[in-house]
Write a protein that binds this ligand. Structure first.
Ligand code: 5AD
Ligand code: SF4
Length: 441
């Protein structure tokens, strides 16, 4: 979501005459797009700001300007506190206010220090300009399209409902129009994003409500689209029509990121997740029935308040039973304003650390085994860019694994059949296979 928001901010500021640079020393405007989900991410901003403040001071001493903006969920959650903690910050702007950036920057240039964290009633996406064809092309063949924002779930560890607000879905026609523009400019893979993407419930021009499955079905009809994905989902919203879509829509990739967080029903209840371990396993079973080659990925939190050794073992058991192609796992981080943070039975840091290490070892074994199992298979690869070496091209498997082959650059944007010959720790090596050769094999 932050990657998507950052590109939209760049599009917007491009219109105001700003150009992107990868070199901080060259920038006269720096926007930190921040994440508030864990304390570590949130605290990192202040050390980053400290460095920028020094740079700004040097710059100003030589009569040149540098404006510093803090955007994203830390901006939303901490507001003016950011201005107080770091004098060098000119503007603090929450995710609902990005469309006001040009105005806010004008005021900042006039010497004001400002905060805008208002929850806008209007759809911020309508207010943002669309990227040009050249910008879309420069960003490659795979693109995000936001379909839903916010969250009403209130998991007891999570700040998202407070920083991103209530669940809202974008209208179908907006999504179709944006996707059409991307595809016309050469995009071949669309990932629909939302904090709770499978809670999608948007209206069409007649006012009828569409589910995520119907939306995927509509986009799959679009000529030029080769692959569809969606992220991130909640188990509770894993409706049967979405599971069926994995059977009915070949363009929908057989890779589902479905956070479970814990393998203990007791902890899931305390987390306010509203699903059990059995519910989760049942979803995987139904997905596999619909699409036998489906692979799963998940998020895990260890050390939620009150988590016992037994609870943690239940998480390990779930991982062994379900099997994951890849995962994200974290130590529980108490977040201000969330119910989890108020609990007296916080888990010792050392225990959290040990549990995370054990879980990550197991998840990493599964990831490596999943990658190794690709060797000898012939799979589809969507080529995205030139490879690291001359004459190579690189792309992604249906499971988001990086794959490189020797091949012509004109295959970028195409899906090719690739025989996987080796699995490294972070990528697969393969060989392009012709249709004739595959038929013979
Ligand atoms: N502590 C640790 N991890 C968290 N996540 C969300 N909130 C917290 C927290 N307070 C994780 C969840 C979520 C992912 C995006 O971040 O696993 O799925
Ligand atoms: Fe946070 Fe996801 Fe739970 Fe919403 S569903 S509160 S975004 S973890």
């Amino acid at each position: 979501m932050n990657v998507y928001d950052a590109t939209r901010m760049a599009d917007l500021l491009g219109r105001e005459g700003y150009a992107e640079t990868a070199d901080e020393a060259e920038a006269d405007l720096v926007i930190l797009n921040t994440c508030h989900i864990r304390e570590k991410a949130a605290e990192k901003i202040y050390s980053e700001l400290g460095k920028l403040a020094l740079e700004k001071r040097e710059r100003e001493a030589s009569g040149r300007e540098m404006k510093i903006v803090v955007a994203g969920c830390v901006a939303q959650a901490e507001g003016e506190e950011v201005l107080r903690r770091q004098r060098a910050v000119d503007l603090v702007v929450g995710p609902q206010s990005y469309h006001r950036l040009p105005d806010l920057l004008k005021q900042a240039k006039g010497g004001q220090r400002l905060t805008d964290t208002e929850f806008a009633v209007e759809d911020k996406f309508d207010a943002l300009p669309q990227p040009s064809r050249a910008q879309i092309r420069a960003r490659g063949v795979s693109a995000f399209v936001t379909v839903q924002e916010g969250c009403d779930k209130f998991c007891s560890f999570c700040v998202v409902p407070y920083t991103r607000g209530a669940e809202v879905s974008r209208p179908v026609t907006d999504i179709v129009a944006e996707t059409r523009r991307l595809v016309d400019a050469g995009v071949r893979e669309i990932t629909l994003i939302g904090q709770n993407v499978n809670a999608y419930c948007g209206v069409d021009e007649k006012g009828a409500e569409w589910s995520l499955a119907s939306l995927l079905g509509r986009l799959a009809e679009m000529q030029g689209i080769k692959r569809l994905r969606y992220t991130t989902s909640h188990p509770v919203d894993m409706a049967q029509d979405l599971i069926d879509a994995h059977e009915a829509i070949p363009k929908l990739m057989p890779f589902v990121h479905l956070p479970v967080q814990s393998g203990s029903d007791r902890v899931l209840k305390a987390m306010n997740r509203k699903h059990t371990v059995a519910d989760y396993l049942d979803i995987i079973a139904r997905l596999r029935r619909a699409r036998p080659d489906v692979a799963m990925s998940s998020d895990f939190i260890v050390g939620f308040p009150g988590e016992t050794d037994e609870d943690f073992e239940a998480t390990m058991a779930l991982v062994r039973e379900a099997g994951f192609a890849s995962s994200f796992s974290f130590k529980y981080s108490p977040r201000p304003g969330t119910p989890g943070a108020e609990r007296a039975d916080q888990i010792d840091e050392e225990v959290k650390r040990a549990r995370l290490a054990a879980l990550q070892t197991l998840l990493e074994e599964q990831r490596q085994a999943f990658n190794a199992a690709m060797v000898g298979k012939t799979i589809d690869v969507l080529f995205e860019k030139p490879g690291r070496h001359e004459g190579q091209i690189g792309g992604k498997s249906p499971y988001m694994q990086a794959v490189h082959v020797s091949g012509p650059a004109d295959m970028i944007g195409e899906v090719g059949r690739v025989a996987i010959v080796a699995a490294g720790s972070n990528s697969l090596a393969g060989r392009l296979v012709s249709a004739g050769e595959e038929a013979k094999a």
